[in-house]
Structure formats: structure tokens, C-alpha cells
Design a protein around this ligand. Sequence first.
Ligand SMILES: Cc1cc2nc3c(=O)[nH]c(=O)nc-3n(C[C@H](O)[C@H](O)[C@H](O)COP(=O)(O)OP(=O)(O)OC[C@H]3O[C@@H](n4cnc5c(N)ncnc54)[C@H](O)[C@@H]3O)c2cc1C
Length: 382
Amino acid sequence: MHVVVIGGGIVGLASAYELARRGVQVTLCEQGSLGNGSTDRAVGGIRTQFSTPVNVELSKASLDVWNDFEERFGTDIQFRRPGYLFLAREEETASALEASAAMQRDHDLPTETLSPADATEYCPGLEVDRYVAGSYSPLDGYADPHLAVQGYASGAREAGVDVRTGTTVTEVLTDEGAVRGVETDTERLDADFVVNAAGPWAGRVARMAGVDLPVSPRRRQVAIVSPSSPLSEDLPLTIDLDSGSYFRPERDGAAIVGGFFADDDPTVDPDGFDESMDLSWAAMAVERAGETATYFGPETQIKRGWAGLYGVTPDDHPIVEESVPGLVNAVGFSGHGFQHAPATGQVVAELCCDGSASLVDVSPLRSERFADGETTTERHVA
Ligand SMILES: Cc1cc2nc3c(=O)[nH]c(=O)nc-3n(C[C@H](O)[C@H](O)[C@H](O)COP(=O)(O)OP(=O)(O)OC[C@H]3O[C@@H](n4cnc5c(N)ncnc54)[C@H](O)[C@@H]3O)c2cc1C
């Protein structure tokens, strides 16, 4: 069997690696360099705290790989586990947080719900009076996406994947409704399966095969700041679910702040968007982080930042399925694709080799859910 994977981000690399491990001949086509799409722009967050069972299961299966990454791939991805702390200002948000935590515990996870006062055990600078509840999991943390790309890339090459950077797929070849291969800028590649792992470009790639998927590239920003008082490296990644703001420690007392605060969220062109950080956005992100914790007073200095793209679906869940014979889509991760890549890669390999997925029940991730009205929106989104 020959499989062509389109996209050399974390999802394409994990898929190629898992396919090759199962003895499949794999060619991976990446138009630029490995990781140069969304993956290198991610904050690296890895968490089990999601609001839907399918996202929790993707997290659990992925965590098995993240926890053993160095033994498997020989690369230390600097996975730190200070936990994630979610915070609610509103009673309604608190109830939803508690329901999610209970569901996570049903999936054998140790998530606890906390009063704001108890949450200061994890985040001593918390502005306690602003919040009504929180939830915390010690399994959560963050790793370095660039190192994870390197690890998967060397694992994929060792397993025999033909990794072709600087290779753009220009056409997906179909015959009587089935996908048969691709045309690149230099040659035709016949394939039994084509995997669309094109991140923010995924809608465009799916259309090459005549498949219409609701994946919109949306711009998201992060800033590295020098806080007014240094952040200890054991502070959790802390998210205010009502304001959409988040922060986490970076090295040497610095912090990463992020969040989406605008009213409109336009679809952007992945080949031509502003990749730099807006200063006005960064000032807002620092102000919002300062509402959450005392570390971000007026002396906070904005050092640098960047913008990247989320590939967003209407319910903030990915689409993972064989959409038409021979075309497997693994797209629309809505800001969670870095952390869910290890499980997704295994599911993609199962879809190609076994015809169905067994690691995780991905039936809630089929694209028909949008037409059927069977969507459940992920609430833990930042
Ligand atoms: C600011 C920011 C913070 C984030 N933080 C987190 C986080 O904390 N945790 C988390 O889990 N996720 C996070 N994400 C989301 C995460 O980055 C993405 O979900 C993930 O990287 C998606 O990986 P991917 O491999 O699907 O896409 P990408 O990394 O975008 O890879 C797709 C690749 O496909 C290539 N490609 C496209 N079209 C073609 C073509 N026609 N031919 C050949 N190659 C093609 C592109 O060049 C690209 O390299 C964040 C994203 C941003 C922007």
C-alpha cells in the first residue's frame, strides 16, 4: 500500500510515522519546511481538560505518547507538567466547568474542581475575588512544538517515510469518485490513500478532491512578556474561560500571554496573513492577564510575539474520517491540533490500514455531523 500525506506539520508527521510503522510505504509532501505552518506557532499546550468525551479520549491516547516521547523518539520535547488551571467568573461557566470535570473523572482522570481560594495553591497571585470556581489537572502541561516536529520527523524517516519538503500538492487525482493519488509541482504520485493534513490549508486541499469541508483559517496571537513580578516555572497554564485570556510561564521568569478578544473573527488567507503581533492586541492581552493574576502590573514589558492560524470548524472539533474512498481528512483541530496529533496519527493509520478506528471512537468527528445537526461545541477553547 502507498499513502501520500499532504502536510508536514505535527498531524501529517504523526500520521506518516504511524503508517510507516505499520509497514505502509509513505510519501509526505510539504510545500515549505517541516512545521512551518501552524505547528511552529503553537504554545505547546497539552491537556486533558476538554468538555466533550471525544476530545478527552484524544487527549488520553495522545498523553500516552507525549509521556514516553523521549524513549520512543530519542528527543526531549521539554514536556513540563505544572497543570492547567481553568477559571470561571460566571456561575453558568462554573456549572459547565464542574460538569466537564465530572465527565473527565468518569474517564479516569484526576481533574479537581476548586474554590478560587483553593486555586491559590497552584496560582498564588490569583485575583481571587474575580472568580467563582476553577478546575485543575496535574496531568496537563506544555511541550516544545518545534522539538516534537523534529522527533516525529526523525522517527518517520527512520521508519522509511519519504519526506519531501519544498513539494506542493497541486491536484488530488480522482477516478469515479475515488481518490487515486496527487499531482505535485514536479510529478504524479499514485496512491491507495491520500491523507489531508494541511492544517489551515485543509479546506483548499479537500476541495481539490471535490470535498467541501467547513474549516476556516482564523488568526490567533501570542506575546512573550516580562511580567511585573517573575512567574515561577511551576505555575499552571491558567485560562480565564469568560474573558478568553490565558498565560503560562516561559523560561527565566518571562511569560506567554494569549487569547482572542475581538468581536469579529474573519477567515484569512493562509498564504497572505499578517504573521506579526499587533501591539494593541498585546496591550489588551497583558491587561486581561492582569485581571487574572497579580504578576501582570503596569511595569509588564512586551518583548515579542507572533500570529498564527487555527483551522477552525463550526463546533471547535476536528474532522477525522475517510470522506470519500481514498481520502482521509485529519483537519480542523480548532486550536488543539498539536496536543491531539499523536492519537490522530494512530487513528489515520487505522482508517487507512483497518478501514475503521479503534483507538478512539471518532464517529463524532465525521463531517456529516454538520448537515445532520449532530454537533456538540467544545467549550474549553482559548
Ligand atoms: C498562536 C497559536 C497557539 C496555539 N497553541 C496550541 C496549543 O497550545 N496546543 C495545541 O494543541 N495547539 C495549539 N495551536 C494549534 C496548533 O498549532 C494546530 O492545531 C496544529 O499545529 C495543527 O497541525 P497540522 O499539522 O494540522 O497543521 P500545520 O502545522 O499547519 O501543517 C500543515 C502543513 O501543510 C502544508 N501544506 C498545506 N497545503 C499544502 C499543499 N498543497 N502541498 C503540500 N503541503 C501543504 C503547510 O505548509 C503546513 O506545513 C496553536 C495555534 C496557534 C496559531
